[in-house]
Design a protein around this ligand. Structure first.
Ligand SMILES: Cc1ncc(COP(=O)(O)O)c(C=O)c1O
Length: 521
């Protein structure tokens, strides 16, 4: 592969008229042919890989891959882009984890839709930064339209606003920042230092850990996040929430926010949003709904009702990169009252002086925790313009149907036990050997052995202290047969572990010879 505009025949720079080797790498008028050619080559590589991979993972270990990456001398460029892409095969593409593969069943990663990939290619080449109008122009307006579109789908009302973020963690952090500032502002008569240690956040035991992380970053007390008990279906117990709100009040603590989850990471369950919203309204407490996972229901042609109550939130997290089939990153924070976004606003003379706001020049930096920010919104824009919301929602519906099938399969299979039925697309289960004391290790072993083989990837989690396995189903290409096959693989690995272990436990060592520990795998 030759690099058009390569050192020897570098294009003259439009500014100086002098050809230079370094400038041949810049994307500009003189290098558009090189851009077309190279991107085409990269797309071809990825397309070949995607067409050829027969498993979601090669099973490579860090010990095997790290030396290959370490061997690369970053101070000695290969110069030839084809050689760099060849090298990339061995340090990345060959052993990548492929979310598009039907037997990738592990974490909250979705396969991506092609219209979003078009957006990704365009946005990184144009490289708009969404902080100020003078760095993005139309990008600012497109992001605003998508924020309004999402807020309308949620039903947040006419004063709603929001901003794209890097992910659910950042959306939750910003929501907690706004809630903290509103709580502090409400208690005007007391100094901040006195109030900060008294602030509390209530979220269910199954809520996402980013809430704890946010509390730490926001300078709250160590015990600021109070886990609220869940029912056996792993949804927040509203009586327990009411009890905690009352107890906090009695103990002189200030509940700055309740975080309800619409799609818990492990169980795919949705907290009882209408009842929680009622409690928050009655107590005058900020309600944040973490719909990072469940936001796909906003476009579901059949299941939008599962989000009933979300319209009563003060703020909502949505992760398009989980259930709208968008490439990472693509997330947003929405708020009911745009005025609260001022808590993230600073004016810098060089960037967004107050004069700009007075002139009504639309800038997004005043709403964001970030300054320079990717135009991630473009991916969703092209997705909606090419596919439309119903088509995206239909894909999400398909994985929800698949999860229901997986649940049925597992509940009918005596080799396994299942925790609770998901309202979305996870299934938490475990292999149940008759030797109950080996259940934890057998499931841990099965997960690792499966990953090492690369034949399928499943996640692991703990439920009430015990080790479980988890499917997160986000790929409409996955079939019930895939799931049945993966369950057989899990059972094979786990039962092999149990057999080896019990054989070792029952073996009578010959006289004078100590029993050897059994190392499976
Ligand atoms: C419910 C929930 N909230 C927040 C997050 C964090 O999102 P992100 O990984 O995009 O930061 C996750 C991630 O899995 C999640 O499941």
């Amino acid at each position: 592969m030759t690099f058009q505009g390569h050192p020897a025949e570098a294009a003259p720079s439009p500014t100086s008229g002098r050809p230079t080797a370094a400038r041949a790498h810049l994307f500009h008028q003189g290098t558009v042919d090189s851009y077309r050619h190279l991107l085409g080559a990269a797309v071809d590589r990825v397309a070949h890989r995607v067409a050829d991979v027969d498993r979601p993972f090669s099973g490579v270990t860090p010990a095997r891959l790290a030396p290959e990456v370490d061997r690369v001398d970053l101070d000695r460029p290969l110069t030839d882009p084809a050689a760099a892409l060849d090298e990339l095969e061995s340090v990345y593409l060959r052993d990548a984890v492929w979310f598009h593969h039907p037997r990738y069943l592990a974490h909250l990663n979705c396969p991506v839709v092609i219209p979003a990939l078009l957006g990704e290619a365009v946005l990184s080449a144009v490289n708009s930064s969404l902080d100020t109008w003078d760095q993005s122009a139309g990008g600012t307006l497109i992001e605003r339209r998508l924020i309004n579109w999402t807020a309308d789908r949620i039903g947040l009302g006419p004063t709603a606003d929001g901003v794209f973020t890097s992910g659910g963690t950042q959306s939750n952090l910003q929501a907690m920042l706004l809630a903290r500032e509103e709580a502090l502002a409400a208690a005007v008569a007391r100094p901040r230092e006195d109030l900060l240690p008294r602030l509390r956040i209530l979220t269910s035991e199954a809520g996402h850990f980013s809430v704890q992380k946010s509390a730490k970053l926001l300078g709250l007390a160590r015990n600021a996040v109070i886990p609220v008990e869940t029912c056996p279906d792993r949804r927040m117990r509203t009586a327990a929430l009411a009890h905690e709100i009352a107890r906090c009040r009695r103990d002189g603590q200030i509940v700055m926010a309740v975080v309800a989850t619409a799609g818990t990471t492990d169980f795919g369950t949705i907290d009882p949003l209408p009842a929680i919203a009622d409690l928050c309204r009655a107590a005058g407490v900020w309600l944040h709904i973490d719909a990072a996972y469940g936001c796909g229901l906003l476009v579901s042609p059949t299941r939008r009702h599962l989000l009933a109550g979300i319209e009563q939130a003060d703020s909502v997290t949505v992760d398009y990169h989980k259930s709208f089939f968008q490439p990472v990153s693509s997330s947003a924070l929405l708020v009911r009252d745009r005025a609260v976004l001022r808590h993230a606003t600073y004016h810098a003379d060089y960037l967004n002086p107050e004069r700009m706001a007075e002139q009504h020049i639309p800038n997004q930096v005043g709403k964001s925790l970030q300054t320079t920010r990717r135009f991630d919104a473009l991916k969703l824009w092209l997705t909606l313009r090419i596919m439309g919301p119903d088509t995206v929602g239909t894909l999400f519906d398909e994985v929800l149907d698949l999860a229901a099938d997986a649940w049925r399969l597992l509940t009918a299979d005596p080799r396994f036990e299942v925790v609770t039925r998901s309202q979305l697309s996870t299934v938490v289960f475990r292999y149940l050997p008759t030797e109950h004391h080996l259940a934890d290790d057998a499931n841990l072993y099965a997960r690792e052995a499966l990953a090492a083989s690369g034949a399928a990837l499943v996640a692991g989690t703990k439920v009430d202290g015990a080790h479980y396995l988890k499917f997160t189903l986000l790929n409409p290409e996955t079939t019930v047969d895939d799931i049945a096959h993966v369950l057989d693989l899990v059972a094979d690995h786990a039962s092999r572990y149990v057999r080896t272990k019990t054989a070792a436990e029952t073996a009578v060592p010959p006289a004078g010879v100590a029993a050897q520990p059994c190392h499976v795998g």
